[in-house]
Write a protein that binds this ligand. Structure first.
Ligand code: MLT
Ligand code: ZN
Length: 476
């Protein structure tokens, strides 16, 4: 059992962090105790806002000495309650929001050293200003932070080309549960010196240590980008289109996103300024993006020719290629606002699942049918990163159902989808992590030796269980 947050602990923290570094007024702490969808409502006695790594280490050591548990928090955009404290008020939130410096960018090494509280968008802009590209892109990048995207190993829109967040990390600075600091901010592309500790912390959701800074691998800035939105007759055609585009120039394909008519309809109805740039609505959509660092790569002609072939083959029924940066942004908005549009449409259950890419059409068809059978009138909203096999197989409440009654059936919905996912050799969580929503699934899917090793790692690095308790690992 972790300890209560005592006045003495807070006074000691205030002395080092300053008055603005320790928030205790419920009006100030409330936004840190719930997630952006307000699905998880926690309580916290204090929010700590350290300004540098030394202060983070001091907070962690002080809390450890008092037996108080810590919930690390970045942009608080988790979909699985990964950064929300428990309801009992015994966990303090440690926000990295004051650590937002780009410490260094090296255009020769192609690296950026960034602090955990920098937003992903700020990091992308800093890379761009230095003539390079940080190729991680997710819908919440304006709010999500470097620490958060690494702690959750975020994936997003460009995984098909650049991999997940962990593929962009060369070095890491981490505060351990006892307040020690691992300073492994190396800029090395090759470094086989013992166990690869940084990868242990990436994706551990703040349960093994608190990431305070990272060295990220940059890529060349793109000189040409072409984006198309395609109307697609069915799920199988979307997969055939993907193979066709990848077959033409696999190196240039940087995003292949799928959207259904239902999700697109929500975006068009709820998001101001959203307009469908096609002649008519379609049953399915694919967003295809090509990019090259080489000016004169001829991507426009390549995209036109591959789409003409696809049209001829009946894989698409219509397509539009963005004519400007503004139109490209407008098309991306149709995809990136899916989560926000779903929120405005009412309650939804999220199923962030992955299957082998070849099985995506079957996943969408079978899981949608299973959801409809489970709750008549509920609306499947499948969308996401088809090019890497990660589909957000979400389910929207029936329009006339009470949202609370619908959400109460969340586990049944997830189970119905998971049954299909299991059958297709997939995963119950592709990019959103486990958080406090899915530890029971972790036990079920990764039980036996895998779970045993995870528990031993947790016990070795956080023996008192003070880092983000209740997340990732099931109790026991
Ligand atoms: C996305 O790709 O937009 C997200 O991961 C959102 C979601 O699952 O709702
Ligand atoms: Zn996603």
């Amino acid at each position: 059992m972790t300890a209560q947050v005592g006045a003495e602990l807070l006074a000691g923290l205030r002395e080092v962090l300053g008055p603005g570094g320790v928030l205790t007024d419920p009006a100030d702490t409330a936004p840190y105790a719930t997630d952006w969808r307000r699905l998880y409502q926690g309580r916290t006695a204090a929010v700590l806002r350290p300004a540098n790594t030394r202060e983070v280490a001091f907070c962690v050591a002080s809390c450890a000495a008092s037996g108080v548990a810590i919930v690390p928090q970045g942009g608080n955009t988790s979909m699985v309650g990964g950064a929300v404290p428990s309801e009992d008020g015994r966990q303090v939130v440690l926000s990295l929001s004051r650590m937002r410096r780009v410490r260094a960018i090296d255009p020769v090494d192609m690296t950026m050293e960034a602090e955990a509280g920098l937003t992903l968008k700020e990091a992308q802009d800093a890379a761009d200003a230095a003539g390079a590209k940080l190729p991680l892109s997710i819908s919440s990048e304006g709010t999500a932070t470097i620490g958060g995207v690494l702690a959750t190993n975020a994936g997003g829109n460009n995984t098909v080309r650049y991999g997940n967040a962990r593929d962009m990390v060369l070095g890491l600075e981490v505060v351990l549960a006892d307040g020690q600091v691992i300073n492994a901010l190396r800029r090395l592309h090759k470094d086989n010196t013992g166990y690869c500790l940084r990868q242990l912390f990436v994706g551990s959701e703040g349960t093994l240590g608190i990431i305070t800074a990272a060295v990220l691998k940059l890529r060349p800035r793109l000189a040409e980008v072409e984006l198309a939105l395609c109307a697609v007759p069915d799920e199988a055609s979307a997969l055939t289109l993907f193979s066709r585009v990848r077959g033409q120039d696999a190196g240039a394909l940087q995003a292949f996103e799928y959207m259904s008519a239902t999700g697109m309809d929500f975006v068009l109805r709820h998001i101001p300024g959203a307009v469908l740039p096609l002649a008519a609505p379609a049953p399915h959509y694919a967003l295809v993006e090509l990019g090259s660092p080489r000016a004169g790569a001829g991507l426009r002609a390549a995209l036109e020719s591959v789409l003409a072939e696809a049209l001829e083959a009946g894989e698409i029924t219509d397509a539009v290629i963005a004519e400007s940066g503004a139109q490209r942004a407008a098309i991306w908005k149709l995809r990136e606002e899916h989560a926000e549009a779903q929120k405005r449409e009412g309650a939804s259950v999220k199923n962030d699942v992955s299957v082998p890419v070849s099985r995506v059409p079957e996943l969408i068809v079978r899981a949608s049918a299973a959801c409809r059978a489970l709750i008549p009138g509920a609306r499947p909203v499948a969308f996401g990163h088809m090019g890497d096999g990660n589909i957000h197989m979400n389910l929207q409440q029936p329009p006339d159902m009470d949202p609370t009654a619908f959400l109460a059936r969340g586990h049944e919905v997830m189970e119905a989808v998971n049954e299909v996912v299991r059958d297709l050799d997939g995963s119950f969580s592709a990019e959103h992590g486990v958080g406090r929503l899915k530890p029971d699934m972790l036990a079920e899917w990764r039980g036996g030796a895998e779970l045993d090793v995870m528990r031993r790692i947790k016990a070795a690095l956080d023996p008192a269980g003070l880092l983000n308790p209740g997340k990732v690992l099931p109790p026991g």
